[in-house]
Write a protein that binds this ligand. Structure first.
Ligand code: 6PG
Length: 251
């Protein structure tokens, strides 16, 4: 089931995402005693993480029961300014009572990123109680963003990882960046109970229209490959990013 929610601005979008995080965490802990979530990188989610650290949201999450993962990581150490882990650590991790052993960082700084990706797949399976070589384990929530080129996580247009049907985590060389990132793949992303993708800014409006309303062109628009197997996909979009959508009456 797909849903598109349009919010006035980034702050409203971030508040809506923080509320979703809280609600999904409470439901998961009530049902399974833990909340397994993969965080998004980039810049849009920072405000979401900051809000989660504020009392209004912080006090509603059972942080010691959160199993925290990432959807992707850049090939840098955690202290590097480009690190997705580092961004979340500054905005959230240092402000809430997460158990250190339940923070599962992608070690994308390792020279052998293929081995690091395989190790992360094993870690996910161990924590979520699945076989590493079996069907993709089910995250309670995978938080994603979308780039202006239609990528999500580190699943960039015309890259190898888009076609990956077996591995749940891969090292993916991105020619336009000239670097290799580690990313979850669509088989495990689409198995999540909930996928929440946050998209803000006018610079994404044309791509968002192509992704949501245009013809299927998955190599060029990887976000079109987001198709939940049994869960929910919710697009949280601000007015600026929704401005080209015909359904929203945008320009
Ligand atoms: C990353 C993210 C990436 C991000 C999009 C949008 O590592 O960069 O995983 O997929 O979500 O590029 O980034 P912004 O939120 O900065 O626009």
């Amino acid at each position: 089931m797909n849903a598109v929610r349009i919010l006035p601005d980034v702050e409203a979008l971030s508040r809506a995402a923080a509320r979703e995080f809280v609600e999904l965490s409470r439901a998961a802990v009530a049902a399974r005693g833990r909340f397994a979530v993969a965080l998004a990188g980039g810049s849009t989610p920072r405000r979401i993480y900051e809000l989660l650290a504020e009392p209004e949201h912080h006090d509603q999450v059972d942080w010691p029961r959160v199993e925290l993962f990432w959807g992707d990581e850049r090939p840098v150490p955690p202290e590097h300014p480009d690190s997705n882990y580092g961004m979340a650590a500054a905005a959230l991790l240092t402000k809430v009572d997460l158990r250190p052993e339940r923070i599962h960082r992608i070690q994308a700084e390792r020279p052998d990123r293929k081995a690091a990706a395989c190790d992360y797949q094993v870690e996910i399976a161990r924590v979520l109680g699945a076989r590493p070589d079996g069907s993709p384990p089910v995250f309670d929530l995978i938080l994603l963003g979308m780039g202006a080129d239609g990528h999500t996580a580190s699943l960039f247009p015309d890259t190898e990882a888009l076609r990956e049907q077996h591995c749940h985590v891969v090292a993916n060389y991105v020619p336009k960046l000239g670097s290799e990132r580690i990313t979850l793949t669509f088989p495990i992303i689409n198995r999540a109970s909930d996928i929440l993708i946050v998209v803000a800014g006018a610079e994404k409006a044309r791509t968002l229209r192509a992704v949501l309303e245009g013809p299927r062109a998955v190599e060029r628009l990887p976000s079109q490959l987001l198709r939940p197997v049994a869960g929910r996909l919710t697009w949280l979009i601000d007015w600026a990013a929704a401005s080209a959508l015909t359904a929203s009456g945008g320009a």
